[in-house]
Design a binder for this molecule. Structure first.
Ligand code: NAG
Ligand code: NAG
Ligand code: NAG
Length: 562
């Protein structure tokens, strides 16, 4: 009898006491494109630490995000499709009195399970009243910024207000076109946006943001009181661009490593990316030296595809090659994000996963991983599904469909069901293939040994079996997307109607099959109507440049309505 009871206890998951729950480190990169990491097949920018996580964990190669910052972050923390809560479309501007609507967020659910919750880096879910800032929304601490971006060294954010967006704000239903985004004539507000909780962190001025966030994350790990599990949400600035005039910034020694890249902006982008990769290595090494790596779940994602072209005035020279489209679009280049999961408890690692996942899935997935009971989440009507056992045991994904984009202002949508992708509407100028940044470079050959010898590679090898160089090259080849070009293909014309692609043979969305498969189109049109029926119109508010102006607050972005 005694042994029977012990056996049951050993076999029963989800009975962990708080101190045995896994630590969770969630790293969200900004505007990093599909082709900006080494494990997707590009030789141009080595990312040995991120690659080590990928090869030693699970490469989430069918992981979808929203095509732009605020919606992805809203989806991650609420597990709701942004269009179900009015958070789709244009991100929150600095002087816009808008925030993620009240409601329980991922860190608050984890606090219920005893977690200490920390955010480092970008918020971008509203701050016009302090009750919308991170430490009022479930995080025990925050070092970082509240807006969509800052410059990497002076930590200034500049709000550029499109002429048409100052009061009176356009009525619902207006078509926003590229020419409306005429920033030049609008007001401009400027101020430092670097905060420790509610207080300005001016002492950090001049320090490279990626280094600041890395040091903070490492310090949190080193000093964490192990009597509670840690949830660390490390939302990097890298590789988002800064403000006009300082779009791309990186330390000179990092830039100098990329002599093989001719194009100067791409060269600086590569340096920014290498700093992000270095950060991942330092964080993993800190988990190892703190002795908690074997009990930590690590997620690495990009929040959306890269703005390879100007999106508004921002561009970072990232690459989504060979995928179609860029940041803000519903094409794969905008929404099929870089994704990696690592954890010693995952049973089949060193694999390329084709399990369909969406960013909304992380809340229930991590809640289950943390030993929570899904019944606790039932009243919240989540759009995400719990994928934990599917990921741990390598069983089929728990979802068959994903709403990728539903944006009633730009009148675009994207849906995926099984291998079918359905697209309506378009974003003029942003819908093509733009990510192939070669420009006469001669990239050095990929070096698996560099992955194994990286900070992350060495730390991870102490917990999980070390992959061989041959394993690495095999996984990398499996994770690389190649566009098969059908002998005769029909280009999509979204002006004529919905387009349909079979992603299993056409991952680059070249061949519109809508005419061949009217039944599938019909089914997906009906599914889209279902999602449209629950759509909450975008919650955008008229901008308030007068009251929000940082000039009134010592040139610091502040909760101006307090
Ligand atoms: C938006 O654009 C469509 C197509 O160009 C046009 O038919 C419609 O009238 C426009 N709507 C508004 C509110 O301007
Ligand atoms: C592990 O994953 C690989 C790659 O997907 C697969 O071929 C293999 O069958 C899986 N092994 C188990 C035990 O599930
Ligand atoms: C929105 O898109 C749908 C389908 O693509 C089209 O039928 C409709 O006319 C568009 N509406 C506007 C206002 O452009």
């Amino acid at each position: 009898m005694f042994w029977f009871v012990v056996g049951l206890l050993l076999l029963t998951p989800n009975t962990n006491s708080a101190s045995e729950r896994p630590h969770i480190v969630f790293i969200l990169a900004d505007d990093v494109g599909w082709n900006d990491v080494g494990f997707h097949g590009s030789d141009q920018i080595p990312t040995p630490n991120i690659d080590a996580l990928a090869y030693s964990g699970i490469i989430l190669n069918q992981h979808y995000v929203q095509p732009i910052c605020t919606p992805t972050r809203a989806a991650l923390l609420t597990s709701r499709y942004p269009s179900n809560i009015g958070m789709q479309g244009i991100p929150i501007a600095g002087c816009e009195p808008r925030a993620l609507p009240p409601g329980k967020l991922l860190p608050q659910y984890l606090k219920d399970l005893g977690y200490t919750t920390r955010i480092v880096g970008k918020w971008h879910l509203g701050f016009y009243k302090k009750e919308f800032t991170p430490t009022y929304r479930g995080f025990d601490s925050h070092l970082g910024y509240w807006n969509g971006l800052v410059n990497y060294y002076d930590h200034v954010y500049q709000d550029l207000i499109p002429v048409k967006m100052v009061k009176p704000f356009p009525a619902q239903g207006i078509n926003i076109t590229q020419s409306d985004i005429d920033w030049a004539g609008g007001d401009q507000l400027s101020g430092v946006d670097f905060h420790r909780n509610l207080l300005p962190a001016l002492d950090l001025s001049g320090r490279y943001a990626t280094d600041v966030f890395t040091e903070e994350a490492v310090n949190i790990i080193e000093t964490h009181d192990l009597s509670s599990p840690l949830f660390l949400y490390l939302a990097h600035l890298a590789c988002h661009s800064g403000n006009i005039g300082k779009l791309l910034e990186a330390p000179k020694d990092a830039v100098d490593k990329f002599g093989h890249i001719i194009e100067p902006n791409r060269k600086t982008f590569a340096a920014m990316m290498s700093k992000l990769d270095e950060s991942v290595g330092k964080v993993v090494a800190a988990l190892k030296s703190r002795g908690i790596l074997q009990n930590t779940i690590i997620v690495f994602l990009s929040d959306n595809g890269a703005p390879t072209l100007n999106v508004g005035v921002w561009r970072n020279w990232g690459s989504n090659y060979p995928l179609r489209g860029v940041k803000v679009t519903q094409w794969e280049g905008g929404v099929r994000g870089v994704g990696v999961l690592w954890g010693a408890m995952l049973k089949n690692t060193s694999r390329v996963s084709s399990q369909l996942m969406h960013v909304t899935d992380w809340l229930p997935t991590l809640y289950t991983a943390a030993g929570g009971n899904l019944d606790d989440l039932q009243s919240a009507q989540l759009d995400g599904v719990d994928q934990w056992s599917a990921l741990v045991d390598d069983t089929p994904s728990r979802r068959e469909e994903v709403l990728l984009v539903l944006d009633e202002r730009h009148n675009v949508s994207g849906l995926r069901i099984g291998h079918w992708k359905y697209v309506t509407g378009y974003r003029a100028g942003l819908d093509g293939y733009s990510g192939d940044i070669v420009l006469g470079t001669t990239d050095p050959p990929y070096n698996p040994e560099e992955v194994l010898q990286s900070d992350a590679g060495l730390a991870l090898a102490t917990v999980k079996l070390r992959a061989s160089a041959a394993d690495i090259l095999r996984l990398r080849s499996q994770a690389t997307v190649t566009c098969s070009s059908p002998v005769s293909s029909t280009p999509c014309n979204p002006e004529k109607g919905p387009c349909l692609f079979d992603l299993s043979v056409d991952p680059c969305e070249v061949n519109d099959l809508s005419a061949q498969h009217p039944n599938v189109v019909q089914k997906l049109t009906e599914l889209l109507s279902k999602y449209s029926a629950t759509l909450v119109p975008q919650l955008n508010e008229p901008y308030d440049p007068v009251r929000a102006d940082p000039a009134k607050f010592n040139n610091i972005w502040s909760s101006w309505e307090d």
